[in-house]
Unconditional design. Structure first.
Length: 149
């Protein structure tokens, strides 16, 4: 169930909309620069929104092959660390064209309220790689076709 926090819920809705639309430019606008993404295998810092948009686009062919048509979210928790910074735990839910759930993933975001609204500063991916790998295996998709050498 989404925690009631209108500002954060609005941010997450807008982010889900950019993911559903495969709109990397709009998604990148929701990030601070630099932005940091980390998981168990990777840690990276993106210094500008153009690079962020390009990085996001790299996953779109795989998402399309998996049948992703829309994204929704469930806010699992919010810790207000300061007046402007919040730690947000999110469950992203990925749907196919019929609205059926394909998979989900969990992440933590550090969001900061700037003059023009909330922006993600850090994303910690918890289980997305494993779940995408599992979904690809279920659908007979070879992930090697989507991984840059």
């Amino acid at each position: 169930m989404n925690q009631i926090n209108p500002e954060i819920d609005d941010y997450l809705n807008r982010y889900a909309e950019t993911l559903s639309a495969f709109d990397s430019t709009a998604a990148a606008q929701l990030w601070s620069t630099p932005g940091t993404i980390i998981d168990d295998r990777f840690a990276g810092v993106v210094d500008d929104r153009e690079t962020m948009a390009h990085s996001l686009e790299q996953s779109y062919p795989l998402y399309r092959a998996l049948g992703l048509a829309s994204v929704s979210h469930e806010c699992l928790g919010v810790d207000h660390l300061t007046e402007k910074i919040s730690l947000v735990r999110v469950r992203w839910i990925f749907h196919d064209a019929n609205g059926s759930q394909l998979t989900d993933s969990n992440a933590y975001y550090i969001l900061r309220r700037d003059n023009d609204g909330l922006h993600a500063c850090v994303c910690i991916q918890i289980d997305d790689a494993e779940k995408l790998k599992s979904l690809a295996a279920e659908r007979g998709i070879d992930l090697a076709e989507f991984i840059a050498e």
